[in-house]
Design a protein. Structure first.
Length: 138
């Protein structure tokens, strides 16, 4: 299986069996009630697209090591309070949508790679944002 679409399924939690889903490239879990995506997601070797908008995510533990092949990430309209620098550590990341969350600041060490479209940070509660480096493109 290369694509998994679980959008609009009223899910509250998500756990992955990395050995059974080793060929998985695209995951759409949008429009659910998911609060947690377990660390097992980070061990899926081929994930290039994650659509997780309109859930109840407050953190993204699966990016603690940095995504390797991720090209598209939409985590808009969740309850995220923190922007993880490791999200942007993926040199493969081309599209980032993180608007409509509760993020109040962006860490100074953030370096935004070359996106094919500008990252979407709108509708957050920024107290401070970098005016230099990659974020000046916003």
């Amino acid at each position: 299986m290369e694509r998994l679409n679980l959008a609009y399924d009223c899910l509250g939690e998500l756990t992955f069996n990395s050995s059974a889903l080793s060929r998985l490239e695209t995951v759409n879990i949008s429009n659910n009630n998911i609060q947690v995506i377990h660390e097992s997601f980070g061990s899926l070797p081929r994930i290039s697209r994650l659509e997780a908008k309109r859930n109840k995510l407050s953190k993204l533990p699966m990016f603690s090591r940095g995504p390797t092949y991720l090209q598209y990430l939409d985590i808009s309209d969740n309850l995220l309070e923190e922007f993880l620098p490791s999200i942007c550590s993926a040199s493969s990341l081309k599209t980032l949508k993180i608007s409509d969350n509760l993020i109040s600041s962006i860490p100074d060490e953030i370096r935004i790679p070359n996106f094919t479209s500008p990252p979407r940070f709108g509708q957050n509660f920024f107290a401070r944002a970098r005016s230099t480096g990659g974020l000046q493109k916003l």
